[in-house]
Design a protein. Structure first.
Length: 427
């Protein structure tokens, strides 16, 4: 008999079916036993004999008669006629996976990650994450972006500074990629529009709910732009289409978190950094120091302002200081102390950073000198600009941050299968 998927069990009403899955819960009523069995498509109630030898967590194959039962979750149950334990649980589970909410602290959740991932609410996070990656790829291709995969072992740090991991590369020293920035700019000269879904590594010793040391970036770069507003408009369109797909295909997962809709405005509001800092101070009494662009509390209040003023969960903040942006960022033609750079906030948290890049060789070299950045090790990147790279720009977006904000998770680590932070290198 071929396997029946639990989500399709209604097709077998009044017939025998063979299911394969894991025992999710057991209720012993004395003369009979109720099992909740879960496969990758859903769960079903199974009625078994009282002498059945099975434990929570066991992997089982069950053959039996499918009956309609309105009291059972999903409206059907299986009367077991043959049950085989194909892999058994040796130890008792450290927590009850049958509870609607695991209610575990973050350390326990991650220490027992292979088990906590089996809980439906945790699974929902990564089903939505799967849809996020899927939707990004589909929509980017729809808008003629070509997918690329760039090296993660580099000879020089992309962003400069000290926040990169050093690794031994045979007889040389290499760094793990902080972003695919150099390579995606190079590829603008090849395909004009490119995107990448890939790992990013940042050696930042943070202990926050928003930072990790390895994450998956959703990157893009596009050529022949008029200005950086072409980039914000494109990202706006991309996100709106992505969220529409996620809402449609991920409804069951969103329901588990009480999320009723995913709204992206037709035009995400745009405001200059200098203006939002004034608003935050005057409206909310929070003073952002001159030495920072915007702090986490400022981001939170900017998100609150976007919701109150524009009824938007999103807001673009533009014209970040020249001193705070990488050497390849285009300075603002209106004010040399500012740049043609932006951040995109979602529910008060930065999820994307982008802007227009310098595309002329002489200006790029000049800017590197101003920022005291040595060109050694970057020649492969810099020399490309001698051969006419068009006006261009793009973004880098944190995939896990999107899911964190979408579901209102307390920590970004909940949105990563096996997160890496300052202290956690295993499992």
């Amino acid at each position: 008999m071929e396997r029946a998927l639990i989500s399709q069990i209604s097709k077998y009403e009044g017939k025998s079916a063979l299911i394969k899955g894991r025992v999710f819960n057991i209720r012993n009523l004395g003369n009979i036993v109720f099992l909740v069995v879960q496969d990758y498509t859903g769960t079903i109630q199974v009625v078994a004999d009282k002498d059945v030898e099975v434990k929570t967590g066991d992997a089982v194959v069950i053959e039996g008669l499918v009956k309609k039962d309105e009291r059972a979750k999903g409206g059907f149950e299986l009367k077991s006629e043959k049950l085989e334990v194909v892999s058994n649980t040796i130890e008792d589970l450290p927590f009850d996976l049958a509870k609607d909410d695991l209610n575990l602290n973050l350390v326990t959740l991650l220490d027992y990650r292979p088990l906590s991932l089996r809980h439906p609410r945790v699974q929902a996070i990564f089903r939505l994450y799967d849809l996020l990656l899927k939707s990004y790829e589909i929509v980017m291709r729809e808008y003629d972006f070509t997918e690329i995969k760039t090296p993660k072992l580099l000879g020089a740090a992309t962003e400069g500074g000290a926040n990169f991991f050093k690794v031994k590369y045979f007889e040389k020293e290499a760094t793990l990629a902080q972003s695919p920035q150099f390579y995606k700019q190079i590829m603008v000269g090849v395909f004009e529009r490119v995107f990448e879904i890939g790992s990013v590594f940042r050696a930042e010793p943070h202990f926050t709910t928003r930072h990790v040391n390895e994450y998956v970036g959703l990157d893009a770069e596009m050529g022949f732009i008029k200005d950086f507003y072409d980039i914000t408009k494109t990202l706006n369109i991309i996100l709106k289409k992505m969220f529409s797909m996620i809402e449609k295909e991920g409804k069951d997962c969103l329901d588990l978190y009480g999320i009723k809709g995913l709204e992206v405005p037709e035009e995400i509001p745009i405001i200059k950094l200098s203006e939002i800092k004034k608003i935050i101070k005057e409206k909310y009494g929070h003073d952002i120091s001159e030495g920072t662009d915007i702090d986490p509390k400022g981001e939170e209040l900017a998100g609150q302002y976007a919701k109150e003023k524009f009824n938007s969960d999103f807001i673009f903040i533009t014209h970040y200081p020249y001193s705070d942006r990488p050497f390849y960022t285009m300075p603002s033609p209106e004010d040399e102390k500012e740049t043609c750079g932006f951040d995109l906030l979602y529910k008060g948290l930065e999820i994307a950073t982008g802007g227009q890049r310098i595309h002329k060789y002489e200006e790029l070299i000049k800017n590197m000198k101003k920022k005291k950045i040595k060109p050694e090790g970057m020649e492969f990147y810099l020399n490309v600009f001698k051969f006419a790279i068009p006006p261009h720009g793009g973004w880098g977006m944190g995939s896990e941050r999107i899911i964190k904000q979408m579901l209102g998770l307390e920590s970004i680590k909940e949105a990563i299968l096996f997160p890496r932070d300052v202290k956690r290198l295993i499992p």
